[in-house]
Design a protein around this ligand. Structure first.
Ligand code: GTP
Length: 422
């Protein structure tokens, strides 16, 4: 018996033995848990004294229950109780009890494990989980995870706002269904395969109502324990507003506001690209250099504002003669350039003539209702196998324009591929 008591005494869990609720024995861990000086301070006291008021009825019921012969000597299930120590501290203790004999009489052995610390951890866990849920439910981005076949396994509630779908409508389907352009999805897949992650990757998606939105994706590849590709996890966000703003900024930076044509820089960029492609493909390509005639007189006689209106009207007439693939730019002042991809020499002259006549035939009236007309001189230049760059074609068209001006204006001059202009 003494050996068994020594063992009980050494147990790290708190042990109390009670008879009819009165403490008969307390081990060292129980003394420490209940914050008393020694086991003697506990002997003779009611175990219920240490149980928090809200748990007392439950505690009494459980002690009665283990003493019940139907319990057949089995311990009851562990349950948490609030315990008040002798020093008034509150502890959360996991207690299990069993009916025993103590000095030949029925008794109850209670074994307790201090869970106060664990309860705090659980409370912290609960709180952090609640915080996470709040954040997850309200986040503007859409969290998603797919399997290796691109089937969506999980999607966050942000998808309601971004795509107008409930998460369960997206889960189990492939992301392909939401991409209006499969090349976006292919580019995304290729980037993930190459680097394992993408950041701020651009794309577009279709919302439930059919509208197309711009999205930005930041994701990484998932791998299983064997290192095989297992899917993708990440977020995407609606960046339509930002993209619209970028598009508008780009338009403002590349467009001449008065005429709505490409400005000098944007035109030269586009022209260089078309020129490079034409050279590579061995395709025809022509440039028209246009300059309004005696425009200074228009300004001087009718005012600068009327000059602006004439420029805008001129732009309108020119654009009406062009195809969607042609590019027209304002190089400065009243000097313009038209780029005609896949256009041979004769066809270029035809277009130049149409423009020239169109401008000359456009009736204009100033603020006072006085009618006036404007005319334009045109220099035509086409690509030559000897050209080193677009500059060569531009220079030839410029020389031809100079000739058209010198010959009396309101006419077309053609730069021969080699030699002097005609
Ligand atoms: N109203 C208006 N005038 C402009 C604008 N840009 C350039 N100009 C005017 O265009 C005129 C160009 O004059 P010049 O270079 O002497 O040429 P021109 O009078 O057209 O004579 P030619 O080209 O030789 O036929 C100048 O008076 C400029 O002030 C503009 O945006 N608005």
């Amino acid at each position: 018996m003494s050996d068994q008591l020594d063992l009980l005494h050494a147990l790290p869990g708190a042990v109390l033995i009670t008879q009819e609720g009165t403490i008969q024995y307390a081990n060292a861990a129980a003394v420490a848990l209940l914050e008393v000086e020694s086991a003697e301070c506990l002997i003779g006291r009611q175990s219920g004294e240490f149980v928090h008021l809200v748990d007392q009825i439950r505690s009494t019921q459980r002690i009665q229950q283990v003493a019940d012969p139907d319990q057949d000597g089995r311990p009851n299930k562990s349950s948490e109780f609030r315990i008040c120590t002798a020093k008034g501290h509150l502890r959360m203790v996991l207690i299990s009890s069993v009916a025993v004999e103590w000095h030949g009489k029925p008794a109850v052995l209670m074994c307790g494990l201090d869970m106060t610390h664990q309860s705090e951890i659980q409370a912290q866990l609960r709180e952090s989980e609640q915080n996470f849920r709040r954040l997850f439910e309200n986040m503007q981005d859409v969290y998603y995870r797919t399997d290796a076949n691109g089937v969506v396994q999980h999607v966050g509630p942000g998808v309601r706002r971004v795509l107008g779908y409930e998460p369960h409508e997206i889960e189990g389907r492939t992301a392909e269904s939401y991409y209006p352009q499969s090349k976006d999805r292919d580019a995304f897949k290729a980037a993930i395969q190459q680097t394992g992650e993408v950041s701020d990757f651009p794309g577009q998606m279709v919302r439930r109502d059919g509208s197309v939105i711009d999205i930005s994706i930041s994701s990484h590849a998932l791998y299983d324990h064997a290192g095989n590709f297992a899917g993708v996890e990440g977020i995407y966000r609606d960046v339509t507003q930002r993209k619209n703003l970028e598009r508008e900024l780009h338009r403002l930076a590349t467009t001449d506001m008065l005429t709505g044509m490409a400005n000098r820089r944007a035109f030269l960029e586009a022209a260089t690209q078309v020129y490079e492609k034409a050279r590579a493909d061995g395709a025809p390509f022509a440039l028209l250099m246009l300059d309004l005639d005696h425009f200074k007189t228009i300004n001087d006689e009718l005012g600068h504002l009327e000059g602006d209106r004439a420029l805008a009207e001129f732009a309108h007439v020119v654009k009406a003669q062009l195809r969607a693939t042609d590019v027209v730019g304002r190089l400065g002042g009243e000097e313009f350039c038209v780029l005609l991809p896949l256009t041979a020499h004769d066809q270029a002259i035809e277009i130049a003539t149409r423009i020239m006549h169109g401008v000359a035939c456009t009736p204009l009236t100033d603020e006072t209702g006085r009618p006036y007309r404007i005319t334009v001189s045109v220099g035509v230049g086409t690509i030559s196998p000897h050209d080193r760059s677009l500059r060569d074609v531009l220079d030839r068209a410029d020389q031809a324009l100079y000739l058209a001006k010198n010959r009396g204006r309101n006419q077309i001059a053609i730069a021969p591929v080699d030699g002097s202009p005609k």
